[in-house]
Design a protein around this ligand. Structure first.
Ligand code: LLP
Length: 440
């Protein structure tokens, strides 16, 4: 697979200044912690744009104008992100009325929105149709009939893609593998349900079947997974053409390209992977004797993950003689549930110049009343680590703010963007009053 060269830091927007202080996009984290408090989510705006442009130019090089990039906004969904997506001129993948509403408030053209989810309620469908969401990615037959019925009631014809389950195991951890046949998502090719869905979709008058979608998993490092997926999906397109005379206009390959959370992980080269996929798809389409459909990619994590990091303040440092050391921070599973859910590893770095001549291996833990509230195990920190020190957790731009919670009624941290050496607030720190806002 294609990988980029690795730098000393896991990501090249991280550095230390002359005083040895940790910086993101050239801005010292200590000054931001002082200004906004901790815990604090930070984003490097230029990095987000750079990643979107990398996808756009790679897709254009591989497929010309027959390609589309959709930001999978579940990775980080808030108004400013959708504004950036709008400014960069790509579409978006949305999965709920909350994401649709936020995208609309950011001025996003919803005709470029693709509405996912395995269980859209009638209310969701009505809401999305009323707002002019361009595409529904239809998961199952019940949903297909419901969208057709509601579209007819509203007097429109709704563009749809069918979500197909190609039966590919991306060898990623089980909880985020979605392309296998035994999955709550999509209709499987293997069982014949995918063919049935095509037949049904084509018979329904208020639906316009534009093509097919699949998403085989997330945090995928091996480009071979995409090659296998292309092969299954393009073969399916050719099979449907032969069986029903229907040639798909669009083929959406989903997202999933991995990111580097720790030094031992690779840093996938987006352009390289898309280039490989493009060359392979052209070859395959020619072999199968079909015109290549417009190809869509739906990256989430790989656009925002390494643009983000979280700054915490260390609280209690508990050294249990003969056992281990617990370093508690002022956040936890409420702002990062990913270690608790998936055991996902992270890189932690002291913000001040660290003295690594004497280190301690510790568990970094949060402040929730739950033993599983762990952010990292076997983390090497200076032995001098103490209450009041700032600690950064890197690569927290994806699935952190969007998966954060108010467990234990802990208010959510603010989100601050960095651009050209300047910082600006995009989401305020929650207050206890905010948490009670909806209570009557
Ligand atoms: N398209 C579809 C249909 C998806 O379900 C997903 C992610 C994506 C695109 C974007 O995948 P990405 O490029 O971000 O890998 N909460 C988990 C990740 C769940 C991914 C769900 N679907 C985590 O924190 O690792």
């Amino acid at each position: 697979m294609v990988l980029t060269k690795q730098s000393n830091f896991i990501c090249d927007n991280i550095s230390r200044n002359e005083e040895g202080e940790l910086c993101l996009a050239g801005v010292a984290l200590s000054s931001l912690a002082k200004k906004y408090g901790t815990p604090l989510y930070l984003y490097d705006e230029d990095r987000i744009r750079e990643k979107i442009r990398a996808y756009k130019s790679a897709a254009a090089a591989a497929f010309g104008s027959r390609a589309r990039i959709l930001y999978a906004s579940k990775a980080a969904s808030f108004k400013r992100i959708y504004e950036i997506v709008r400014e960069e001129g790509i579409g978006t993948d949305v999965v709920s009325i909350g994401e649709i509403y936020t995208a609309e408030r950011a001025g996003l053209d919803l005709s470029l929105a693709y509405f996912h989810s395995n269980n859209k309620t009638d209310y969701d469908i009505e809401y999305a149709i009323e707002r002019g969401v361009g595409y529904f990615v239809v998961d199952n037959a019940e949903e297909l009939y419901a969208i057709d019925r509601i579209a007819r009631e509203k007097g429109i014809t709704q563009n749809i893609l069918l979500r197909i389950t190609p039966g590919i195991d991306p060898h990623t951890y089980a909880a985020i593998a979605t392309g296998k046949v035994d999955s709550k998502f999509g209709s499987a090719i293997e069982t014949g349900q995918a063919d049935e869905m095509v037949e049904r979709a084509r018979s329904l008058k208020s639906l316009n079947l534009r093509g097919f979608h699949c998403h085989v998993g997330s945090q995928v490092f091996d480009s071979d997974v995409y090659m296998r997926t292309c092969k299954v999906m393009l073969t399916f397109v050719a099979h449907i053409y032969e069986k029903y005379g229907y040639l798909a206009d669009e083929l959406d390959l989903g997202g999933g390209i991995g990111v580097r959370y720790i030094a031992s992980q690779p840093s996938p080269d987006i352009a390289g992977i898309i280039g490989e996929v493009g060359a392979y798809m052209k070859e395959l389409a020619a072999e199968l004797g079909i015109t290549l459909p417009t190809v869509c990619f739906e990256p989430g994590r790989s656009i925002v993950a390494d643009a983000g990091l979280t700054v915490y303040t260390v609280g209690t440092v508990k050294r249990i003689t003969g056992y281990k050391t617990y370093v508690s921070v002022d956040g936890g599973m409420t702002d990062n549930p990913r270690f608790a859910l998936y055991g996902s590893p992270y890189t932690f770095m002291p913000v001040a110049a660290p003295d690594m001549s004497d280190t301690v291996s510790c568990s970094v833990v949060g402040r929730c009343c739950e033993s599983g509230d762990i952010l990292g195990e076997d983390i090497t920190l200076p032995n001098s680590i103490k209450r009041g020190d700032l600690l950064a957790c890197l690569t927290t731009g994806a699935y952190h703010y969007s998966m954060s919670s108010n467990y234990n009624r802990i208010p959510k941290p603010p989100v601050v963007m960095l651009q050209g050496g300047r910082d600006y607030l995009v989401i305020k720190r929650e207050t206890p009053e905010d948490i009670m806002r909806l209570e009557v």
